[in-house]
Design a protein around this ligand. Sequence first.
Ligand code: PLP
Length: 464
Amino acid sequence: MLSNNMSTEELQALDAAHHLHPFTSRKEINAAGARVLSRAEGVFVYDNDGKAFLDGMAGLWCVNIGYGRRELADVAHRQMQELPYYNTFFQCTHPPAVQLAARLAELAPAGINHSFFAGSGSEANDTNIRLVRHYWACQGKPEKSIIISRKNAYHGSAMGSGSLGGMKPMHDQGGLPIPGIVHIDQPYWYGEGGDKSPEEFGLERAKLLEAEIDRLGEANVAAFIAEPIQGAGGVIIPPSTYWPEISRICRERDILFIADEVITGFGRTGQWFASQTLGLEPDIMTIAKGLSSGYLPIGASLVSDSIVDVLTESGGDFNHGYTYSAHPTASAVALENLRILDEEGIVARVADSIGPYLSEKWETLADHPLVGEARSIGLMGAIELTPDKTSRAKFAGDAGYAGGICRTACMENQLVMRAVGDSMIISPPLVIAENEVDQLVERAAKALDQTLATLKLEGRYKAA
Ligand SMILES: *Cc1c(COP(=O)(O)O)cnc(C)c1O
C-alpha cells in the first residue's frame, strides 16, 4: 500500500498543479483546496486530517456493501497472483468472466441471460448504442436506429453515453448529442407537474414516448432508454402511472427497452434490480457501480435471449469491445461482492427493514419549513428545498444557490449529501445501521436549519 507522508496542504497544492477533476471548475477547486479523503470504513469516509463524514452518497452511488470489506481485497490479491489480466477477445475466456456472467444470469429477470462486459457504465451504454443498431441491421432494418431517451437523464459521460443522457450542460460542450438520439420530457412531477395530479402527469409524460415514436416513424426507432429511477437528475421517482404506460407502449411497439440500472441495480431499491421492484421488462439492462460496490471499475450490458438469438444467427463478428471487458480481477471482485450482498441478506434488508426505516425517518424532514417534498424508494431519496411549501415554488435568484448552501452546511455537519439544483439527495451504503440513519437525518435537519438561517439573513428566502 502507498504510504501517505504528505500534509493536506502539500497534497492540495500538487493536486491543483497536476490533477484535472471531472465535473469540477478549476477556479473553484483551486480557490477552496480539494477535500482530501484518505480512508474509509463502513459508512464513514475520513479526510486527511482524520475527520469522519457520514457518506450519504455511498461514494458515487456505488459502495453498496460499505467500505473496508477485506474479502474483496483478498479476492483481488489472489486473482492478481493467478491471472491478473487476460482479454476476452478472439475466442478466449477465463474463470472469473464465466462465473460472473453465469451469476448475473441467475440474478437478472427471466429471459436476460447474457453479459457483455465493459469497464464502466458509460462504456456499457456506448455498447448498447452499437448493440441495438447492430441488432436491427442484422434483421435488414439498418434505418431502425434512433434511440429515444429523456431530458435530465444520466447515462454516462463518453461521447455516446453522454449523448444518451439529457443533461444540457454536458451537451453544451464537445458537440453532443451525436446524431440519432432524441430526448422526451421527464416524469418529474414535483418540478414540472404544475396543477396536475401526479397520476395524471405521469400518464401524460409516458404518452410522450408513443407520440415521439409516431413522429419519428416506428420503422426508424431502435430503442427507448431510461433509468427506472433517475439518479443524477435528482432521485426522481415517477408517478405510479408512468411505468405501466411506458411498458404498454414498449410492448405494443416494435422497439427495444434499455433499463439503465447502473444506480438502481444490486439492491438499491430492495430487489436485485429496480426492473423487478417496478415490474419492468427490459430487453437490455446497463449495470456498473454496485456491481463491484465500486471496489474496482466494471460495468456490463445484460442482454435478452431474443436479442442474442438474432446476433448468434446473423450477427457475425460484433466489431466492438474493450481491453478490459471482463477484466479478471474486476470480475472476481464483483463476484465476491455479489456473494456478500446475497449471503448477508443485504438486498433483502433494504426491502424488509432498513428501506422502510429510512423512509419513515426521511419523511420527517418534510415538516421542515424549507422542504417541499421528501421522497424515497429503497435506500435512495431526495428532499426539495422551497421558499413556499404549499405552492412548490422555486427560489428567486439563481437556481441551485440554496442547494449549494445546504450542501456546504451538510459538510460542516460531517454529512455527505449531494445537491442537484435545489434538491438534496442521498443514496447511502446499503449496510447503513438504524442508528446511522438517525444520525444522517439529524445532521440533515441541522443543515436545513442553518440553510434557512443563511437564506433569511441574505434576503434569499423568497419565491421567484
Ligand atoms: C453513473 C451512471 C452511469 C455511468 O457510469 P460510469 O461508470 O460513471 O461510466 C450510467 N448510467 C447511470 C444511471 C449512472 O448513474
